[in-house]
Design a protein around this ligand. Structure first.
Ligand SMILES: CC(C)(COP(=O)(O)OP(=O)(O)OC[C@H]1O[C@@H](n2cnc3c(N)ncnc32)[C@H](O)[C@@H]1OP(=O)(O)O)[C@@H](O)C(=O)NCCC(=O)NCCS
Length: 237
Protein backbone atom coordinates (compact mmCIF):
# COMPACT_ATOMS: atom_id res chain seq x y z
CA UNK A 1 0.00 0.00 0.00
CA UNK A 2 1.09 3.53 -0.71
CA UNK A 3 -0.65 6.77 0.13
CA UNK A 4 0.11 10.02 -1.67
CA UNK A 5 -0.84 13.63 -1.02
CA UNK A 6 -0.43 16.63 -3.31
CA UNK A 7 -0.93 20.23 -2.25
CA UNK A 8 -2.74 21.89 -5.11
CA UNK A 9 -1.73 25.30 -6.41
CA UNK A 10 -2.91 27.48 -9.26
CA UNK A 11 -2.21 26.44 -12.87
CA UNK A 12 -2.32 29.02 -15.68
CA UNK A 13 -5.32 28.66 -18.01
CA UNK A 14 -3.18 27.83 -21.10
CA UNK A 15 -1.12 25.28 -19.15
CA UNK A 16 -4.30 23.73 -17.82
CA UNK A 17 -5.67 23.34 -21.35
CA UNK A 18 -2.37 21.79 -22.51
CA UNK A 19 -2.39 19.28 -19.64
CA UNK A 20 -5.98 18.34 -20.45
CA UNK A 21 -4.67 17.02 -23.77
CA UNK A 22 -2.83 14.34 -21.77
CA UNK A 23 -5.92 12.87 -20.08
CA UNK A 24 -8.80 10.95 -21.64
CA UNK A 25 -11.85 12.58 -23.23
CA UNK A 26 -14.21 11.80 -20.36
CA UNK A 27 -11.97 13.48 -17.77
CA UNK A 28 -11.29 16.39 -20.11
CA UNK A 29 -15.07 16.98 -20.49
CA UNK A 30 -15.57 16.74 -16.73
CA UNK A 31 -12.81 19.28 -16.08
CA UNK A 32 -14.22 21.65 -18.73
CA UNK A 33 -17.66 21.55 -17.12
CA UNK A 34 -16.45 22.72 -13.70
CA UNK A 35 -17.19 26.43 -13.25
CA UNK A 36 -14.81 26.81 -10.33
CA UNK A 37 -11.13 26.80 -11.36
CA UNK A 38 -10.11 25.12 -8.11
CA UNK A 39 -12.38 22.17 -8.96
CA UNK A 40 -10.79 21.96 -12.41
CA UNK A 41 -7.28 21.90 -10.95
CA UNK A 42 -8.11 19.38 -8.20
CA UNK A 43 -9.67 17.05 -10.73
CA UNK A 44 -6.76 17.40 -13.18
CA UNK A 45 -4.09 16.93 -10.49
CA UNK A 46 -5.90 13.85 -9.16
CA UNK A 47 -5.97 12.38 -12.67
CA UNK A 48 -2.30 13.18 -13.30
CA UNK A 49 -1.42 11.68 -9.91
CA UNK A 50 -3.16 8.33 -10.46
CA UNK A 51 -1.88 8.07 -14.05
CA UNK A 52 1.70 8.79 -12.96
CA UNK A 53 1.45 6.18 -10.19
CA UNK A 54 0.09 3.61 -12.66
CA UNK A 55 2.79 4.36 -15.26
CA UNK A 56 5.50 4.01 -12.59
CA UNK A 57 4.13 0.93 -10.87
CA UNK A 58 2.61 -1.06 -13.70
CA UNK A 59 4.75 0.24 -16.57
CA UNK A 60 1.69 0.81 -18.74
CA UNK A 61 1.73 3.27 -21.60
CA UNK A 62 -0.52 6.20 -20.70
CA UNK A 63 -2.66 5.74 -23.81
CA UNK A 64 -3.53 2.21 -22.64
CA UNK A 65 -4.63 3.29 -19.15
CA UNK A 66 -8.40 2.84 -19.15
CA UNK A 67 -10.67 3.41 -16.18
CA UNK A 68 -14.08 2.01 -15.51
CA UNK A 69 -16.59 2.74 -12.75
CA UNK A 70 -18.78 0.45 -10.67
CA UNK A 71 -22.53 1.15 -10.41
CA UNK A 72 -21.99 3.65 -7.59
CA UNK A 73 -19.22 5.48 -9.43
CA UNK A 74 -16.06 4.04 -7.82
CA UNK A 75 -13.35 4.17 -10.49
CA UNK A 76 -11.08 1.20 -11.09
CA UNK A 77 -8.33 0.34 -13.54
CA UNK A 78 -9.60 -1.87 -16.35
CA UNK A 79 -7.83 -5.22 -16.80
CA UNK A 80 -5.76 -4.87 -13.59
CA UNK A 81 -8.07 -5.99 -10.82
CA UNK A 82 -5.22 -6.49 -8.31
CA UNK A 83 -4.44 -2.81 -8.56
CA UNK A 84 -6.88 -0.91 -6.36
CA UNK A 85 -6.93 2.80 -5.82
CA UNK A 86 -9.07 5.51 -4.35
CA UNK A 87 -8.97 9.28 -4.59
CA UNK A 88 -10.23 12.13 -2.43
CA UNK A 89 -9.96 15.89 -2.65
CA UNK A 90 -10.80 18.70 -0.30
CA UNK A 91 -9.67 22.31 -0.04
CA UNK A 92 -6.07 22.46 -1.22
CA UNK A 93 -5.30 18.74 -1.15
CA UNK A 94 -5.60 15.71 -3.35
CA UNK A 95 -5.17 12.30 -1.72
CA UNK A 96 -4.68 8.94 -3.39
CA UNK A 97 -4.21 5.46 -1.95
CA UNK A 98 -3.18 2.35 -3.88
CA UNK A 99 -3.27 -1.24 -2.66
CA UNK A 100 -3.65 -4.83 -3.79
CA UNK A 101 -7.01 -5.05 -1.99
CA UNK A 102 -9.99 -2.70 -1.69
CA UNK A 103 -9.06 0.69 -0.30
CA UNK A 104 -10.94 3.86 0.60
CA UNK A 105 -9.41 7.22 1.42
CA UNK A 106 -10.83 10.52 2.58
CA UNK A 107 -9.42 13.97 3.19
CA UNK A 108 -11.56 16.72 4.68
CA UNK A 109 -10.76 20.32 5.39
CA UNK A 110 -11.68 21.03 9.01
CA UNK A 111 -14.31 23.74 9.10
CA UNK A 112 -16.22 25.23 12.00
CA UNK A 113 -19.58 23.63 11.28
CA UNK A 114 -22.50 22.65 13.49
CA UNK A 115 -21.07 19.30 14.46
CA UNK A 116 -23.71 18.41 17.03
CA UNK A 117 -26.58 18.68 14.56
CA UNK A 118 -24.74 16.71 11.85
CA UNK A 119 -23.52 14.03 14.27
CA UNK A 120 -27.01 13.63 15.73
CA UNK A 121 -28.53 13.14 12.30
CA UNK A 122 -25.90 11.13 10.45
CA UNK A 123 -23.80 9.28 13.01
CA UNK A 124 -24.72 6.39 15.33
CA UNK A 125 -25.42 7.00 19.02
CA UNK A 126 -22.04 5.49 19.94
CA UNK A 127 -20.21 7.75 17.50
CA UNK A 128 -22.13 10.75 18.81
CA UNK A 129 -21.18 9.83 22.38
CA UNK A 130 -17.52 9.44 21.40
CA UNK A 131 -17.59 13.02 20.07
CA UNK A 132 -19.40 14.70 22.95
CA UNK A 133 -17.67 12.75 25.73
CA UNK A 134 -14.53 14.90 25.43
CA UNK A 135 -13.96 18.59 26.22
CA UNK A 136 -15.66 20.98 23.80
CA UNK A 137 -12.30 22.15 22.38
CA UNK A 138 -11.53 18.61 21.13
CA UNK A 139 -14.99 17.80 19.78
CA UNK A 140 -14.41 19.24 16.30
CA UNK A 141 -11.32 17.04 15.90
CA UNK A 142 -13.23 13.93 16.98
CA UNK A 143 -16.11 14.81 14.68
CA UNK A 144 -13.76 14.93 11.69
CA UNK A 145 -12.12 11.68 12.78
CA UNK A 146 -15.49 9.93 12.63
CA UNK A 147 -16.54 11.72 9.44
CA UNK A 148 -13.40 10.79 7.47
CA UNK A 149 -13.32 7.24 8.87
CA UNK A 150 -16.95 6.68 7.87
CA UNK A 151 -16.32 8.13 4.45
CA UNK A 152 -13.17 6.00 3.96
CA UNK A 153 -15.17 2.87 4.88
CA UNK A 154 -17.97 3.70 2.42
CA UNK A 155 -15.37 4.46 -0.25
CA UNK A 156 -13.52 1.21 0.43
CA UNK A 157 -16.74 -0.71 -0.29
CA UNK A 158 -17.40 1.52 -3.26
CA UNK A 159 -21.13 1.50 -2.62
CA UNK A 160 -21.55 5.23 -1.96
CA UNK A 161 -24.45 6.33 0.17
CA UNK A 162 -26.39 3.16 -0.64
CA UNK A 163 -24.77 2.11 2.66
CA UNK A 164 -26.74 4.25 5.17
CA UNK A 165 -24.41 6.23 7.42
CA UNK A 166 -26.09 4.88 10.57
CA UNK A 167 -25.94 1.23 9.45
CA UNK A 168 -22.36 0.89 10.70
CA UNK A 169 -20.48 2.38 13.60
CA UNK A 170 -16.86 3.43 13.94
CA UNK A 171 -15.23 2.71 17.29
CA UNK A 172 -12.06 4.50 18.36
CA UNK A 173 -10.68 3.15 21.66
CA UNK A 174 -8.42 4.89 24.17
CA UNK A 175 -5.29 3.59 22.40
CA UNK A 176 -6.69 5.00 19.15
CA UNK A 177 -7.34 1.53 17.73
CA UNK A 178 -10.12 1.80 15.18
CA UNK A 179 -12.74 -0.77 14.28
CA UNK A 180 -16.04 -0.84 12.46
CA UNK A 181 -19.17 -2.61 13.68
CA UNK A 182 -21.89 -3.61 11.24
CA UNK A 183 -24.85 -5.88 11.98
CA UNK A 184 -23.47 -6.32 15.54
CA UNK A 185 -20.19 -7.78 14.28
CA UNK A 186 -16.71 -6.37 13.90
CA UNK A 187 -15.65 -6.24 10.28
CA UNK A 188 -12.12 -7.01 9.09
CA UNK A 189 -11.32 -3.55 7.75
CA UNK A 190 -8.24 -1.78 9.06
CA UNK A 191 -8.22 1.99 9.57
CA UNK A 192 -5.71 4.74 10.12
CA UNK A 193 -6.01 8.46 10.77
CA UNK A 194 -3.35 10.95 9.69
CA UNK A 195 -2.85 14.48 10.97
CA UNK A 196 0.03 15.36 8.69
CA UNK A 197 -1.60 18.39 7.11
CA UNK A 198 -2.63 21.24 9.36
CA UNK A 199 -6.35 22.00 9.16
CA UNK A 200 -7.21 18.72 7.46
CA UNK A 201 -8.08 15.20 8.58
CA UNK A 202 -7.12 12.16 6.54
CA UNK A 203 -8.49 8.62 6.97
CA UNK A 204 -7.60 5.40 5.19
CA UNK A 205 -9.62 2.17 5.24
CA UNK A 206 -8.28 -1.08 3.83
CA UNK A 207 -9.06 -4.76 3.60
CA UNK A 208 -5.36 -5.34 4.24
CA UNK A 209 -4.48 -5.74 7.92
CA UNK A 210 -1.59 -3.30 7.75
CA UNK A 211 -1.89 0.31 6.68
CA UNK A 212 1.19 2.34 5.73
CA UNK A 213 2.55 4.48 8.52
CA UNK A 214 3.55 7.26 6.21
CA UNK A 215 2.17 9.33 3.40
CA UNK A 216 4.26 10.37 0.42
CA UNK A 217 3.97 14.15 -0.03
CA UNK A 218 4.40 15.14 -3.67
CA UNK A 219 5.07 18.58 -5.07
CA UNK A 220 2.52 19.50 -7.76
CA UNK A 221 5.08 20.94 -10.21
CA UNK A 222 7.41 17.95 -9.86
CA UNK A 223 4.46 15.61 -10.39
CA UNK A 224 3.35 17.44 -13.54
CA UNK A 225 6.93 17.51 -14.89
CA UNK A 226 7.31 13.79 -14.30
CA UNK A 227 3.96 13.08 -16.01
CA UNK A 228 4.93 15.13 -19.07
CA UNK A 229 8.33 13.37 -19.18
CA UNK A 230 6.67 9.93 -19.07
CA UNK A 231 4.30 10.93 -21.84
CA UNK A 232 7.08 12.25 -24.05
CA UNK A 233 9.17 9.09 -23.50
CA UNK A 234 6.18 6.87 -24.27
CA UNK A 235 5.28 8.83 -27.40
CA UNK A 236 8.88 8.47 -28.70
CA UNK A 237 9.22 4.80 -27.74
C1 LIG B 1 -19.00 10.20 -3.89
C2 LIG B 1 -18.53 9.75 -2.55
C3 LIG B 1 -17.91 8.41 -2.75
C4 LIG B 1 -17.43 10.64 -1.96
O1 LIG B 1 -17.73 11.94 -2.05
P1 LIG B 1 -16.88 13.15 -1.47
O2 LIG B 1 -16.48 12.94 -0.05
O3 LIG B 1 -17.69 14.33 -1.77
O4 LIG B 1 -15.60 13.23 -2.37
P2 LIG B 1 -14.10 12.75 -2.26
O5 LIG B 1 -13.29 13.88 -2.75
O6 LIG B 1 -13.71 12.17 -0.96
O7 LIG B 1 -14.05 11.57 -3.33
C5 LIG B 1 -14.32 11.78 -4.67
C6 LIG B 1 -13.65 10.68 -5.46
O8 LIG B 1 -14.05 9.39 -4.96
C7 LIG B 1 -14.08 8.50 -6.06
N1 LIG B 1 -15.41 7.88 -6.03
C8 LIG B 1 -16.53 8.22 -6.72
N2 LIG B 1 -17.53 7.37 -6.39
C9 LIG B 1 -17.02 6.50 -5.50
C10 LIG B 1 -17.56 5.39 -4.80
N3 LIG B 1 -18.82 4.98 -4.96
N4 LIG B 1 -16.76 4.73 -3.94
C11 LIG B 1 -15.47 5.09 -3.77
N5 LIG B 1 -14.91 6.13 -4.40
C12 LIG B 1 -15.67 6.83 -5.26
C13 LIG B 1 -13.79 9.26 -7.33
O9 LIG B 1 -12.42 9.06 -7.63
C14 LIG B 1 -14.03 10.68 -6.91
O10 LIG B 1 -13.17 11.57 -7.58
P3 LIG B 1 -13.68 12.39 -8.85
O11 LIG B 1 -14.90 13.11 -8.39
O12 LIG B 1 -12.53 13.27 -9.19
O13 LIG B 1 -13.97 11.36 -9.89
C15 LIG B 1 -19.74 9.50 -1.63
O14 LIG B 1 -19.32 8.69 -0.55
C16 LIG B 1 -20.45 10.67 -1.07
O15 LIG B 1 -21.23 11.31 -1.72
N6 LIG B 1 -20.18 10.98 0.17
C17 LIG B 1 -20.71 12.10 0.90
C18 LIG B 1 -21.33 11.47 2.12
C19 LIG B 1 -21.48 12.35 3.28
O16 LIG B 1 -22.33 13.23 3.32
N7 LIG B 1 -20.69 12.09 4.32
C20 LIG B 1 -20.75 12.83 5.50
C21 LIG B 1 -20.20 12.18 6.72
S1 LIG B 1 -19.74 10.55 6.75
Amino acid sequence: MEIYVVKVSDIREDRLNELCLLVDEEKKDKIKKFVNKKDKIRSLVAEILIRTIIIENLKINNKYIKFNKNKQGKPYLKNHLNFNFNISHSGEYVLCGIDNKDIGVDVEEIKNINIIEIAQNYFTTKEFEYIVSCDVEFQLNRFYEIWTLKESYIKCYGQGLSIPLTSFSIEVDQCKNIKVVRNNEYEEHAFKLFDIVQGYKIAVCSLNKEISNGIVMLNQNNLIDKYIKFNLEQMKG
